[in-house]
Design a protein around this ligand. Structure first.
Ligand code: KPL
Length: 292
């Protein structure tokens, strides 16, 4: 019944946040965008590869205008802005709040929230290409899973959210995506090249091999069942997205902060805790953060 479906507050109405909001509204959920200085509705258009363009209009609310508990929160903000966008909402977030996190990397919400249910969404949808005035989004599988049972609202989404799957151990798709992001994103950002260069440029392929080996060592120490061989998946993703500009390259081209802390930084934090050396990740973080 529509009336029992959640109403989400959305932090981060970029491409992925808007796409998620669109799926949610199609499923009958409510969505309000939380953004500073908000007054009028947010109007967004998204261009989807192989699908009609979608136009979405969402109500907005300034964080100061929230005056009651937030029951459902969708966090889709770029990771460097997580703390600043979440802070004004903290008085209204409690252990009853269900958080759906749709961000790259890991750990961006750690120590920011009271213990409650966090559902992690791992999306393989991505910006596929650039037109002069808009980006084209390729829609792909999304996995959801987290620290609790499948929430009752999940089933209402599957008819409306393309290839949405519940995953009892979200770590597997999450770590796979993390390694792809930890290799393709910083290398393409640093060298200012499209993703396919990871496959075709021998120097970048060597660098990718080292980054994958280090990541596999860390992930295997965290979970002995981690299959390793991440390079195979990374090369497959780079090949499948050969013409794409990675999100980190795009951030760097715009002079915006990158998500390297939540991606390679998370791996380095784990490595330090476990006493594993990760010189290639440390070096690429240093190269990308130099001069920021
Ligand atoms: O997810 C991506 C990103 O750019 O953040 C990849 C997989 C690298 C595709 O471009």
């Amino acid at each position: 019944m529509t009336s029992s479906l959640p109403h989400w507050f959305l932090l981060g109405a970029g491409n992925m946040g808007t796409l998620a909001a669109w799926y949610l509204t199609r499923a009958g959920h409510g969505v309000t965008v939380v953004r500073s200085g908000a007054s009028s509705d947010l109007k967004k258009q998204l261009h989807r590869a192989g699908n009609p363009e979608l136009a979405l209009q969402l109500p907005t609310l300034a964080p100061e205008a929230i005056t009651g508990p937030v029951r459902h929160l969708l966090v889709a903000v770029k990771t460097p802005y997580t703390r600043s966008s979440l802070s004004p909402l903290l008085p209204w977030i409690n252990e009853e709040t269900q958080v759906l996190r749709l961000q790259n990397g890991l750990g961006a919400l750690d120590e920011l929230l009271p213990s409650g249910q966090v559902v992690e969404a791992v999306s393989t949808s991505a910006v596929k290409g650039q037109h002069p005035d808009h980006e084209i989004i390729a829609e792909n599988t999304t996995w959801m899973g987290g620290n609790g049972p499948q929430p009752d609202w999940f089933a209402s989404l599957t008819p409306h959210w393309p290839d949405l799957q519940w995953c009892d151990d979200i770590r597997e798709p999450q770590w796979k995506k993390l390694v792809a992001n930890a290799v393709i994103n910083p290398l393409t950002a640093l060298h200012d090249v499209p993703n396919g260069h990871i496959v075709s440029d021998p120097a970048l392929r060597d660098a990718a091999t080292r980054l994958c080996q280090e990541a596999d060592r860390v992930l295997q120490a965290l979970n002995p069942d981690w299959p390793g061989h991440s390079l195979d998946n990374v090369l497959a993703v780079a090949q499948a997205t050969a013409g794409n500009t990675s999100s980190m390259r795009a951030d760097r081209q715009r002079g915006a902060p990158t998500e390297i802390e939540a991606i390679n930084g998370w791996l380095v934090t784990q490595a330090n805790r476990l006493g594993i050396a990760v010189p290639a990740h440390l070096a690429i973080i240093a190269s990308l953060t130099r001069g920021q």
